[in-house]
Design a protein around this ligand. Structure first.
Ligand code: PLP
Length: 397
């Protein structure tokens, strides 16, 4: 008899031969600025932990205390017996932080996009999405019965054309949903959300922004992209985000009107059918909101380091693309070069992973760096020197 699982080893082997498999690096300890990876002491230069909160004493203390008072598990899904006072408090605190009427917390950002998007648009509706949106948005759109269209990356004029063409063809859509990432994670560019919201408004469309990489980074106090552009809840209807990046913990969330939240938790299957956050996670998220409100220095330092690093890379002659955020891609061309540069940086004490085909086009391989507020100015100097040395050795400069 043929082994029905033989494809597993075969297909994995194909990935290895094409060098498309993930080789996991093991972090031996916390995600701190200097960390131990596979036995090497290196500077962390590619985590999403923008503000260093994943190892912040207030978050750790809150998590420990919640274990003592509430245990390690919630006991259920949120609608049955898994909504604790902590979950309700986090949602109140987040809504206040976001200046929104209400917020709702999901288990992850992926669970938010894949659970909510298919409920917002279905049969007889249209979803229009930026061509470079995150995979969790793409999966959410795939789960919907709505018609789909894509507009050119970060191009509000193209969005207007796509909407006009779609409406000329089908004049009677029930609803239209426009979705974009706030900050695009591969290039570090920011969606022109003001112009997107204006175009969507002309067509009576809902606007959904996934601000996973903008929260804790953009806007006053790190409130995110909606604050950054000074937009209102009538212009951006769903502000989605995650606690797994700058907030330093894990979990997805939305902010908007009370009606949005009431609808979302009654309809999102990921929210209804999957266990809720354990108490230490929720308590750490509440503490993260506290820290953002009370310690503005983290966001300020993130931007100081970012400006300095971007200028140093440009002065050295590296190509850094069109990023305007703490994500700075170092573009090197072929995949093999990006892998060599990453390996050499690792030897020199800087951990930054290569991003290669198929995540980006074949000639657009890069090292993606993500700045971190927990670094000292000396750490940034160290990283710049390592990039200069590795860049010269590999003939990139
Ligand atoms: C990371 C990310 C997500 C997923 O968030 P998780 O909470 O980690 O599941 C969704 N959207 C974007 C744009 C992201 O960068």
């Amino acid at each position: 008899m043929r082994d029905p699982t033989s494809f597993l080893a075969q297909e994995y082997g194909d990935l290895v031969r094409q060098e498309l498999d993930w080789k996991l690096r093991i972090l031996e300890g916390p995600s701190a600025p200097w960390c131990q990876i596979d036995g090497h002491r290196v500077l962390m230069f590619c985590s999403n932990n923008y503000l260093g909160l994943s190892n912040h004493p207030r978050l750790k203390a809150a998590a420990t205390e919640a274990v003592a008072t509430h245990g390690v598990g919630s006991g259920s899904v949120r609608p049955i017996a898994g909504t604790m006072d902590l979950h309700a408090e986090l949602e109140r605190r987040l809504a206040k932080f976001k200046h929104a009427e209400a917020s709702l917390v999901y288990q992850s950002g992926f669970a938010t996009n894949s659970g909510l998007i298919p409920q917002l648009a279905g049969d007889g509706d249209l979803i229009v999405s930026d061509e470079l949106n995150h995979g969790s948005i793409i999966d959410g759109v795939r789960l919907s019965r709505a018609e789909r269209a894509v507009y050119r990356h970060a191009d509000a004029d193209d969005l207007a054309k796509v909407l006009q063409t779609a409406e000329a063809h089908t004049p009677s859509y029930r609803r239209i949903l426009v979705i974009t990432d706030g900050v695009f994670s591969m290039d570090g560019d920011v969606a022109p959300l003001d112009r997107i919201a204006a175009v969507a408004g002309d067509h009576g469309a809902m606007v959904y922004v996934d601000d996973a990489h903008g929260e804790g980074v953009l806007g006053p106090g790190g409130r995110g992209i909606v604050s950054h552009f000074g937009l209102t809840r009538d212009q951006v209807h769903v502000e989605m985000g995650t606690f797994s990046k700058a907030f330093g913990v894990v979990g997805g969330h939305i902010s908007g009107s009370r009606a949005l939240v009431d609808f979302a938790y009654n309809r999102s299957r990921t929210w209804l059918l999957s266990g809720s956050h354990p108490p230490p996670t929720v308590a750490a998220c509440i503490a993260a909101v506290d820290v953002l409100e009370q310690e503005p220095a983290h966001v300020e330092r993130l931007w100081e380091h970012t400006r300095r690093f971007k200028k140093a890379m440009a002065d050295l002659g590296f190509r850094t693309g069109k990023s305007t955020t703490p994500i700075t891609p170092i573009l090197v061309g072929e995949s093999a070069r990006a892998k060599q540069l990453s390996q050499r940086l690792f030897e020199l004490g800087v951990f930054a992973l290569p991003i290669v085909f198929p995540m980006v086009a074949k000639d657009q391989a890069r090292i993606r760096t993500i700045m971190n507020a927990a670094l000292t100015p000396d750490d940034v100097t160290f990283a710049i020197a390592a990039f200069e040395k590795a860049g010269r050795e590999l003939g990139l400069l």
